[in-house]
Design a protein. Structure first.
Length: 231
C-alpha cells in the first residue's frame, strides 16, 4: 500500500526522534527525499517547532494522535515516542485535560477481585476506562468487553469511598462514574448498553465531549459518600 506524504514524513520523524523529543531536519530530509521547505510546511503544527536543523516535539500526546490519524499504527507510535504501554499514553492524555489519574487500580467487592486500567477524576466525573490493544475487534468481542467494563464500574461505584484518598476524590461530594473502553484500532466509535468504545484516534474528542452525552447516550452511575445527598 502506498504511503501518503504525511505518513512518510511522520515515519521519518519517528526514526529521527528515537524515543527523544528532538529530531533532525536533515535526517528526515534524507529519509523522505523531499524539499526542506515542504517538510517544514508539513511539520508546522502547534505541537512541533522547527528551529534550524532541530525539530522539537512540544506535545508528545498531540503528536501521537496526529500520527495515528495519519495511518501509523499505535504500537509503532508508543514504542518510538517512549511510552511503556497504551495505559500510560491514555493517562498522560487525560492528565493534560485536567484529570487526576490512577492506573491499574485494584480493588475488591465482596469476594470478587477487580482491576480498572485507568481511573480518571475531574469533578464531578470519574472515567472508568478499560484499555485494549487488540487489532481484530468483532462485534461480539466489543459487546463482551463493554459489559465487563460496566460491571467493573458498578462494583467500583460501591467501593469508591473506601479508596477516595488514593484516587484523589473529594470525599464529601457525589460523583458520576462513566464506563468506557479505549481501543488501539481503526474503527468508528460504538456504544454498547451505554458504554462507549473509543478508538485511539478519537480519544481526545471523546474526553472533550462526553459530558453533553451523559444520560441520553452514555451510561453514568452515581456514587454518593455516606450521609451526602445526591447530585
Amino acid at each position: 500500500m502506498m504511503l501518503t506524504v504525511r505518513e512518510k514524513i511522520y515515519r521519518a520523524l519517528l526514526i529521527s526522534l528515537r524515543s527523544g523529543s528532538v529530531a533532525r531536519l536533515d535526517e528526515i530530509h534524507e529519509l523522505v527525499h523531499l524539499d526542506k521547505d515542504v517538510l517544514i510546511n508539513y511539520l508546522s503544527k502547534d505541537f512541533i517547532k522547527v528551529i534550524g536543523d532541530k525539530v522539537m516535539v512540544l506535545d508528545k500526546t498531540a503528536l501521537a494522535l496526529e500520527m495515528v490519524n495519519s495511518g501509523i499504527h499505535m504500537e509503532d507510535v508508543l514504542l518510538s515516542l517512549g511510552w511503556k504501554d497504551f495505559e500510560e499514553f491514555c493517562a498522560e492524555l487525560l492528565e493534560k485535560q485536567g484529570f487526576k489519574v490512577t492506573t491499574n487500580f485494584k480493588f475488591r467487592r465482596s469476594l470478587e477481585h477487580y482491576e480498572v486500567d485507568v481511573v480518571a477524576y475531574r469533578h464531578p466525573y470519574i472515567l472508568s476506562i478499560d484499555c485494549k490493544r487488540v487489532r481484530r475487534l468483532s462485534n461480539y468481542f466489543l459487546k463482551t468487553v463493554a459489559e465487563r467494563q460496566l460491571r467493573r464500574t458498578e462494583a467500583l461505584s460501591m467501593e469508591l469511598w473506601r479508596h477516595s484518598k488514593k484516587l484523589g476524590i473529594d470525599k464529601y461530594r457525589p460523583v458520576l462514574l462513566i464506563p468506557a473502553v479505549f481501543v488501539v484500532a481503526s474503527m468508528n466509535p460504538r456504544i454498547y448498553n451505554g458504554v462507549p468504545i473509543v478508538p485511539v484516534g478519537r480519544i481526545l474528542s471523546f474526553v472533550k465531549e462526553f459530558e453533553r452525552l451523559i444520560g441520553n447516550i452514555f451510561k453514568a452511575i452515581e456514587s454518593r459518600p455516606p450521609n451526602v445527598s445526591s447530585l
